[in-house]
Ligand binder design. Structure first.
Ligand SMILES: [Zn+2]
Length: 141
């Protein structure tokens, strides 16, 4: 069984680890994720591709308690089988805030400002039997 990235425009899988793909504005240095053509900060159009960092601080979070609308959601959509998961923004130092799934779903174990590590998160299996992998952040203990 192969592993495939949920979206090649958002992340690569390198040795089973996710690498987030962003862009940096050559005019003002602003980082943008996911990739877009222009800079939302200065309206510049000269964007260069960058690999984003894999560590950051939890900036805001909540718990997703029911299945998101599918599509585009590719995970378990049956409310009886769905498991709640954390979602949040992780601030990558000097770069950008990234919206992400969190591996932790217990509100007692999540704290704003805590250190988070980028990890691979298996979402589902596609029609070829390949494992669809997305990215998530996991608390650093
Ligand atoms: Zn800019």
């Amino acid at each position: 069984m192969a592993q495939v990235s949920i979206n090649d425009n958002i992340m690569d899988l390198v040795d089973g680890k996710p690498v987030l793909k962003g862009v940096r504005c050559k005019d003002c240095g602003n980082y943008v994720f996911p990739v877009q053509k222009g800079c939302p900060k200065c309206a510049g159009a000269d964007m260069e591709p960058v690999q984003l960092g894999d560590r950051g601080k939890l900036w805001a979070w909540t718990i997703q308690g029911f299945p998101p609308k599918a599509p585009p959601y590719l995970g378990e959509a049956d409310p009886a089988k769905f498991k709640p998961y954390g979602v949040g923004y992780v601030e990558l130092p000097g770069e950008v805030k990234v919206e992400a799934r969190l591996t932790e779903s217990d509100p007692a174990l999540l704290k704003t400002g805590m250190e988070m590590q980028l990890v691979a998160d298996s979402l589902s299996t596609d029609e070829n039997g390949d494992e669809i992998v997305t990215y998530a952040f996991s608390p650093v203990n």
